[in-house]
Write a protein that binds this ligand. Structure first.
Ligand SMILES: Cc1ncc(COP(=O)(O)O)c(C=O)c1O
Length: 330
């Protein structure tokens, strides 16, 4: 892709760029379409007092929104917020589905008159380098070059290089939107520190070092995710009420804990996902985040398991503790 310097904005990570993007595009009561579970879109829409159009996704679609889900809402929306690979699910868009979404946004913008607001697409691809096996990352502008005028990419170093503390992120997008984001970031003082920008710029040019680092990093992540996924499949086979989606990308595994209504003998039943979360934390010493923390409905029994701090040698013990915690439930 080719971007001019005026179409690139660097800030202290992805977060201030996402915030500035929402502020630049969304006025009070403007419609923003986003799927849940997803990372923080609910909070950003709340910040800007937008009108939430929430699409609850399902395991059948790997928790990714489809063009069919989005289509009924686009005629008066100003922003569609998409993320792939997705936090919290570790799943990605299929090429055909992303193409269908672009092929909906382009005619919708053609339909709008010059004095109407356009329909923009935020494409958060913070985890795009971390795909496994045959999984490929696609982006709207490579698939449909006309999408360049409506797409704002969010990207950065914090996930790819496990460097959340080094604050460098970048947005790519149309100059008119980026100029507004730049003004907003100036006022909130969200620039990336100069030393960190220079260091990152130097580092990103060292392609061989990055390739070497990434192939090892991805191998280590994939091994952890696959081993835990296989552990969940085994538990499922043994009759426990759990499941998991095959890992595709990022540092997350989507797991299902279907435990509401179960109990330890002589104890009250687990009556909510929040009680299930506490039970698994206390009994199995496993910290997982329920999808309702990412905007999904309170009764969704799907969870995010992150391998961000997971040591390989601890996986067998972790699965054994989980099995023991599940075995106590009837
Ligand atoms: C999908 C997604 N986008 C953006 C961010 C923000 O990243 P940064 O650390 O660069 O602010 C995160 C961080 O968790 C994320 O998961």
């Amino acid at each position: 892709m080719n971007y001019d310097v005026r179409e690139i904005l660097i800030a202290a990570g992805g977060r201030p760029l996402i915030y500035a993007l929402y502020r630049a595009i969304v006025d009070k009561d403007d419609k923003v379409i986003y799927s849940v579970p997803s990372w923080n879109n609910n909070h950003y829409v709340h910040f800007v007092e937008g009108n939430h159009v929430v699409l609850e996704t399902t395991a059948e679609n790997n928790f990714m929104p489809t063009a069919e889900d989005i289509n009924p809402h686009i005629h008066d929306a100003v922003l569609i917020a998409l993320c792939s690979p997705l936090n919290p699910t570790g799943t990605v868009f299929k090429r055909e589905e992303l193409e269908k979404i672009c092929d909906m946004i382009l005619p919708e913008n053609m339909r709008r008159s010059d004095d109407e607001k356009k329909l923009y697409l935020m494409y958060d691809q913070m985890y795009w380098t971390l795909t496994f096996g045959k999984t490929k990352h696609y982006n709207p502008v490579s698939l449909r070059p006309e999408m360049k005028q409506y797409t704002i990419f969010i990207d950065g170093i914090s996930k790819t290089f496990a460097s959340t503390g080094v604050r460098v992120g970048w947005a790519l997008g149309p100059e008119n939107v980026l100029a507004k984001m730049k003004a907003i970031n100036s006022h909130i003082g969200a620039w990336s520190p100069m030393a960190e920008q220079h260091a990152t710029a130097n580092f990103l040019l060292q392609k061989n070092i990055i390739d070497g680092y990434l192939s090892n990093f991805k191998m280590e992540l994939e091994e952890r995710l696959e081993r835990i996924y296989e552990g969940f499949q085994l538990l499922k086979k043994e009759g426990f009420s759990v499941d998991a989606c095959a890992p595709q990308a990022a540092i997350y595994l989507t797991i299902q804990l279907n435990l509401v209504g179960k109990k330890i003998e002589n104890n009250p039943v687990l009556s909510s996902q929040s009680e299930v979360t506490s039970y698994i934390l206390n009994e199995a010493k496993l910290a997982v985040v329920p999808f309702y923390a990412f905007g999904a409905s309170k009764d969704s029994n799907w969870y995010r398991l992150s391998v961000g701090t997971c040591k390989k040698e601890e996986i067998p013990d972790m699965l054994a503790k989980l099995k023991s915690a599940l075995s106590k439930l009837t």
